[in-house]
Ligand binder design. Structure first.
Ligand SMILES: [Zn+2]
Length: 498
């Protein structure tokens, strides 16, 4: 049931945030060159979070500069961006080690590059650029126009530098409290501090849900409040979990006021079951929330998947480990022609209405789609896999095809598409880069479909990138998965396990 996945996705995150006081940090990497850094604890936090592994040979290079490409990778590790753009946005980062991260940061709206279709990956990050990256990543809105610093009036980053000051992430450059040195280079140790401070007291709800109060101003955060792959609650669930862990302080005590001023640490909920109450925004929250259970490595096993009732189709875990029994054959199969598509393929009747709506929308957008595969029985999968073994060998077949019982096509809710009248989608270098494939990548979720095997996720998805392969999970779940930043396999595992 889609709404259950949605609920569980969220509650997993909240359980993670409240079970035990503080999650045990990973063993901090011990760098040999940070002994006299004023930001040593920030650097150790960065390493414990897995955001950095140093610059090699057990060193961190605290005074080294940060390139824009490195910055992209740091942001991806910290915020868990997963979405990829439909087309490659930059031409000067091809084959750069950070290209995948740069594309994700672009897709997340954190950067538009340094010029038309260029990112300048080797350029050095200035303090002003850092402010803009972080202000966008954190959705910071308040403090703009306060003109806190004297030396950034000509900087295009002034607004975001003011926002960072307001959020307590920077207090200026060391030389003077009213200077922020916008054109100064960000050193790696400073970056560690900026990123660490970004985890303090963040907004805990999307648009308008949470007020964070900072004396004497009342601030309404409007998000996005997304951290490390998990979206915050829209329904106040988080607040009630916080309450059960005993972190609601007495409202407006002197101590609270002090904390409010210094770090935006207390929140006043305006909706949901805890509306009207105060909660303490835990500084370890973003850390804890990132630790939803992750699926196991993609090994090749034949374990029956546990949620294999026909009405559990949205959360049936399918990968190289978990499979359906050979007897799984939905009884409500209908022809794809019932969904305003080419005939000759079978789908479950329960997906026909949303599939038809998607097909019509694609057509109306001038991007008509065509089905090239849908339901595949257990027997057909065995034949299909054997075919691919004969074409490319067993090892290759494992990555591009599924052994019998392991294919989502057996669910009757999964289809492969191509452009109307086009060639088979796998004959394109990247079907998602075509107008029709791009339309699907951007819009299929609106109709309840998820691209199960997105680009760059082979190790997690267990299969190579398949921009043509879409599985129906229903609209609420498709939206929840999209918001989570996780791929479907991760989202199902986080919510249900196997
Ligand atoms: Zn497929």
């Amino acid at each position: 049931m889609p709404s259950r996945l949605l609920t569980v996705l969220l509650s997993v995150a909240f359980a993670m945030a409240t079970l035990g006081a503080t999650p045990a940090p990973a063993q901090a990497a011990s760098f040999t060159d940070i002994g006299d850094s004023p930001f040593r604890s920030d650097i150790e936090w960065l390493a414990a979070e897995g955001i950095t592994s140093g610059c090699g040979d057990g060193r961190f290079c605290p005074h080294g500069a940060v390139t824009r490409g490195q910055m992209a990778s740091f942001l991806v590790r910290m915020f868990g961006y997963r979405a990829q753009p439909a087309t490659d946005p930059f031409r000067d980062d091809n084959s750069n080690i950070h290209e995948a991260s740069i594309n994700r940061v672009y897709a997340a709206g954190i950067t538009v590059g340094c010029a038309s279709d260029r990112f300048c990956p080797d350029g050095v990050v200035t303090r002003g650029q850092m402010a803009t990256f972080l202000a966008r990543a954190l959705g910071l809105r308040y403090g703009a126009g306060s003109d806190h610093f004297a030396d950034d009036d000509d900087s295009k980053h002034e607004t975001n530098l003011d926002r960072l000051f307001f959020a307590g992430i920077t207090r200026g450059c060391a030389s003077s409290t009213d200077h922020v040195c916008p054109n100064g280079t960000v050193t790696r140790e400073q970056m560690a501090a900026f990123l660490h401070r970004s985890t303090y007291a963040q907004p805990i709800g999307p648009a308008g849900v949470v007020q964070v109060v900072k004396q004497p101003l009342t601030v309404i955060f409007t998000g996005p409040a997304r951290f490390r792959g998990v979206t915050f609650s829209a329904d106040g669930t988080q607040a009630s979990h916080q309450a059960s862990s005993g972190t609601i302080p007495a409202a407006s005590s002197a101590a609270d006021q002090t904390a409010l001023v210094n770090g935006l640490r207390y929140a006043h909920l305006t909706s949901g079951p805890m509306a009207g109450t105060w909660v303490k925004v835990r500084s370890d929250l973003t850390t804890a929330m990132g630790r939803a259970p992750a699926p196991p490595p993609c090994t090749y096993q034949d374990v029956l998947t546990s949620r294999r009732a026909y009405n559990q189709f949205a959360t049936t875990l399918m990968d190289t480990i978990y499979k359906l029994p050979s007897s799984y054959a939905p009884g409500d199969l209908v022809n794809t022609s019932s969904a305003a598509l080419n005939s000759g393929y079978s789908i479950r009747s329960i997906i026909a209405a949303d599939l038809r709506a998607m097909a019509m929308a694609a057509r109306d957008a001038g991007r008509p789609i065509q089905v090239v595969s849908a339901y595949r029985s257990y027997t057909q999968q065995a034949a299909t896999f054997d075919y691919w073994v004969s074409v490319g060998g067993y090892e290759h077949a494992l990555l591009t095809s599924a052994r019998a019982g392991h294919s989502e096509h057996q669910l009757g809710t999964t289809l492969d598409f191509t452009s109307m009248g086009g060639a088979a989608p796998w004959t394109y270098s990247d079907w998602a880069s075509t107008p029709t494939g791009g339309w699907m990548a951007a819009n299929a979720w609106r109709y309840g479909f998820v691209m199960t095997y997105p680009r760059g996720e082979t190790a997690t998805a267990c299969y190579s990138y398949e921009p043509w392969h879409y599985r129906y999970v229903g609209k609420p779940t498709a939206a929840a998965v999209r918001d989570s930043g996780m791929i479907l396999r991760e989202a199902i595992w986080a919510a249900h396990g196997p």
